[in-house]
Design a protein around this ligand. Structure first.
Ligand SMILES: [Zn+2]
Length: 112
């Protein structure tokens, strides 16, 4: 799984692809290979007024989408990019952007 919570991703296939929608990853479902992306694949549900929503109305909710439908957006160069993994001198493993080489988060901690 190369996508993690709090990553910013861009939708590359499906209904949101045309608008080049970008959003933050809210949840990752490793079992199904799906992720929940803020603002992507929204569905609307009408609800009657209840205790939680005294006014009722229209609730929107994101649906999980396949991880293959998104690409990571590099926080450094702001391009959608592929990531690689490399092992640093201290033994830690990091992800990096294949476009600008910036490190994007640690995959495993340093070995001492
Ligand atoms: Zn980059």
């Amino acid at each position: 799984m190369h996508i993690k919570i709090d990553d910013t991703v861009e939708i590359i296939t499906g209904a949101d692809a045309a608008s080049e929608l970008r959003g933050k990853v809210l949840k990752v479902f490793p079992d199904t290979g799906k992720i929940l992306v803020e603002g992507a694949a929204k569905v609307y549900k009408h609800v009657k007024p209840n205790d939680k929503n005294p006014r009722g109305g229209k609730l929107s909710k994101e649906m999980p989408i396949a991880i293959s439908n998104v690409m990571l957006v590099c926080p450094e160069c702001r391009e959608r990019t592929k990531t690689g993994a490399k092992i640093k001198e201290d033994g830690s493993k990091v992800r990096y952007c294949k476009s600008c080489n910036a490190e994007i988060g640690q995959l495993s901690p340093a070995k001492n």
